[in-house]
Design a binder for this molecule. Sequence first.
Ligand code: XMP
Length: 319
Amino acid sequence: DWSMAAFRQEAIRKIRAQVGDAKVICGLSGGVDSSVAAVLVHEAIGAQLTCIFVDHGLMRADEGTQVTELFRNSYNIPLVHRDASDLFLGKLDGVTDPEAKRKIIGTTFIDVFEEEATKIGGADFLVQGTLYPDVIESVAPKGGPSQTIKSHHNVGGLPERMDMDLVEPLRELFKDEVRALGRELGLPERMVGRHPFPGPGLAIRIPGGVTREKADILRKADRIYLEEIREAGLYDAIWQAFAVLLPVQTVGVMGDARSYDYVCALRAVTSVDGMTAESYPFDHSFLSQAATRIINEVRGINRVVYDVTSKPPGTIEWE
Ligand code: XMP
């Protein structure tokens, strides 16, 4: 892509001009934006960059390993991987209110990130994968759902008290352009084409109280659902797809025994920018197959439902 090749060169020149020989850190989330930003900045300034990945224990199956492997092995980018799952799950213990859960995750994330940044001696610059839609939204709030209905947490939301200058090389780009830039930088298609994943992770896909046990159950169901979507060749036609673990148990039969287990809701939407969305119209046969596999393979789930709500009035996530 000619224009992305030009953008890449210009971005590298600007990053070098901005940071000189100072130290730079970047928070990775496993998502496309922070990964592309990190790889671009690394190309510009090499070893001046250190990445920090705070693992809150609410990632999808394998997400943590995929990020660390990509950065450490394929790119050789210095990466601090902090497993903070005990801390996060401890703080979330007994908390059921969606906003309270988001706040706890957001502030704990900042605390842990700061701690790790201090351990490596701090930095003068912080890389953020802010995109153009984020810029517009914060300048002129549309009264759009994400700003007013839910407090957003992402790696971009680090505090002003950290007193670092921001490096935001993706500020002029839309999501599809970030993906094109990622391809231009040679990032694997599996990373570049990834569905968005929210900062608070699986916590907002477990309505009510979050426990490690529930997160483990959800991860298994979610993995099967996404495997089925990839096998059906539908992944790229969908903006986001995920499983939700409802805080409801219902009666079923397993063999000759009665079961009393959780309900799993499946969500898949098409969208251009996440501001509005439509439920994805799967074939019924696809849904029954995914449901059968989830119920047979995941202990703790005995019923699967499909969410057909549009945004608005629904939101994409359940919390
Ligand atoms: P909603 O649920 O508001 O989500 O329709 C719109 C898009 O934003 C993602 N999302 C988040 N992303 N931090 C993020 O980085 C968050 O706190 C957060 N909450 C929602 C959601 O996955 C969807 O893509």
